[in-house]
Write a protein that binds this ligand. Structure first.
Ligand code: ZN
Length: 195
């Protein structure tokens, strides 16, 4: 089953892409590191005026670019992945109703996965912004984001988001793979979720 959903065209995304990147930076290297990376992105003001609502997707895009400019690749990947995990935990507790969480946890993975995929698609703006998110259930399940505004090496942030959501609600043995398909400009990000 494949479904496509249009995302609002004003290119906004959930604030957690920024808030949880701050948290992951502080965890990895203290406030100094967070200040250094936010300054590199020209976003120091967001450390005192934290965004509460949807934000322009150019903001986390600039922040992730600064992360990879400021730090060695391995460290940037680790921090981006951790920020994704923290975002996944936020979505888990704030965007998925408690009754749905309980249901998904008791259902066998093959039934829980399609339900989670459809919830993910409904809230795609949270993590995909203006990107076009398509989901397909099955073994493995797939999530595709066309024109992913937060694409980065290995798409470590999105992998972290999906690992937490599927790992908590579908199966603790989940594995999330990612590739950009054929190496063409603008190829969609494909996430494959095996459980
Ligand atoms: Zn990607």
């Amino acid at each position: 089953m494949a479904l496509a959903v249009s995302i609002p065209s004003n290119a906004v995304i959930g604030p957690n892409a920024v808030l949880q990147t701050e948290a992951a930076l502080v965890e990895a290297g203290g406030r100094d590191l967070a200040e250094r990376v936010f300054a590199q992105a020209g976003l120091s003001h967001l450390l005192t005026e934290r965004p509460g609502e949807m934000i322009d997707e150019e903001i986390p895009k600039a922040l992730f670019a600064a992360l990879f400019e400021s730090l060695p690749r391995d460290e940037a990947l680790r921090i981006a992945h951790r920020a994704g995990e923290l975002t996944g935990a936020y979505i888990l507790h704030n965007r998925i109703p408690g009754a749905v969480r309980t249901l998904l946890k008791v259902l066998p993975a093959r039934f829980a996965a399609p339900l989670l995929l459809s919830a993910i698609q409904k809230h795609a703006w949270t993590f995909a912004g203006s990107g076009m998110c398509t989901v397909r259930s099955g073994a493995p399940s797939r999530i595709e984001i066309e024109n992913n505004p937060l694409a980065m090496p290995d798409c470590a942030w999105h992998v972290g988001v999906f690992e937490v959501l599927f790992g908590s609600l579908v199966s603790p043995k989940v594995r999330v793979g990612h590739d950009h398909g054929p190496k063409l400009a603008g190829a969609p990000c494909c996430f494959e979720i095996a459980y």
